[in-house]
Design a protein around this ligand. Structure first.
Ligand SMILES: C[S@@+](CC[C@H](N)C(=O)[O-])C[C@H]1O[C@@H](n2cnc3c(N)ncnc32)[C@H](O)[C@@H]1O
Length: 246
């Protein structure tokens, strides 16, 4: 399948995503009652390059007939979810797609996160998520609303072929890995929407402004005793990551 549908579904994300984020921060501080999310300004939560990485990785596990369902941990307003659902529907109809989100933003961050986010950042409603599916006329995935601590263990499918882990903070990432990893089939792929590696900064034209240091710290801790390694992927002005289950 071709990947041009991504631009049609999402449009091209704004070039000045760092300045848009800066503006978001100012608006949030000055007018805390105003809902600031990735969709009100017509911009994207992630870069087009990150969506392309997602496209290639998810279509690959489907093409190779890796066993299991598809999950997204941290779906936000569904910009990534519509891309994933489009791929699942176009390539194969019998994989279930489950999404998980608090729909009230990130939880309190810990010291590992170096204060990049505060509780409630990136908050969007479930209605906003559903509207993105209505607009694209794609079937709504199975939605698990709530904190990962409560929703993952009882609702994750037994076998997973592809997981997008996109909670951005240390605790949600470690929890997600502990819950998802044992259910991944051999050959399954797990993609991290943002994976900030300070060493990877060197290959970018500008230093990364969109950082989530807790994600790498959680992965470093988790993979100490595991045979897989994270590969870093360029996602335009920042980096993402993935591993393939052995
Ligand atoms: C970066 S956004 C996800 C972006 C989305 N995957 C995309 O690419 O468009 C992170 C999301 O993770 C959710 N999240 C983070 N920690 C969570 C937790 N512990 N439980 C539930 N949701 C969580 C937040 O509510 C937020 O919507």
């Amino acid at each position: 399948m071709d990947s041009t549908f991504i631009a049609r579904l999402l449009g091209t994300p704004p070039k000045s995503s760092s300045s848009v984020q800066f503006l978001d921060k100012i608006i949030r501080r000055a007018f805390p009652w105003v809902r600031v999310d990735s969709t009100w300004r017509g911009g994207g939560m992630a870069s087009i390059e990150s969506r392309m990485n997602l496209f290639h990785l998810l279509s690959q596990v489907i093409a190779y007939e890796v066993q299991g369902d598809v999950v997204e941990l941290g779906c936000n307003s569904g910009e990534s979810s519509v891309v994933m659902q489009k791929i699942i529907i176009t390539m194969q109809q019998n994989k279930q797609f489950h999404v998980f989100d608090s729909f009230c933003g990130v939880p309190e961050s810990g010291s590992e996160d170096e204060n990049v986010y505060k509780a409630g950042d990136m908050s969007v409603s479930e209605t906003q998520f559903r509207m993105n599916f209505e607009k694209t006329e794609l079937p709504v995935p199975v939605i698990h609303k709530g904190w990962f601590d409560d929703t993952l263990q009882p609702n994750l499918p037994d076998k997973i072929a592809f997981a997008l882990i996109d909670g951005d903070l240390y605790d949600p990432t470690l929890l997600a890995l502990n819950s998802v990893y044992p259910r991944l089939s051999s050959g399954a792929i797990c993609y991290f929407g943002i994976y900030w590696d300070p060493e990877g900064d060197d290959c970018l034209t500008k230093k990364m402004t969109y950082k989530s240091p807790g994600v790498k710290k959680a992965c470093d801790e988790f993979f100490k005793e595991k045979p897989e390694n994270i590969s870093v992927l360029l996602s335009g002005s920042y980096t993402s990551g993935y591993f393939r289950k052995l």
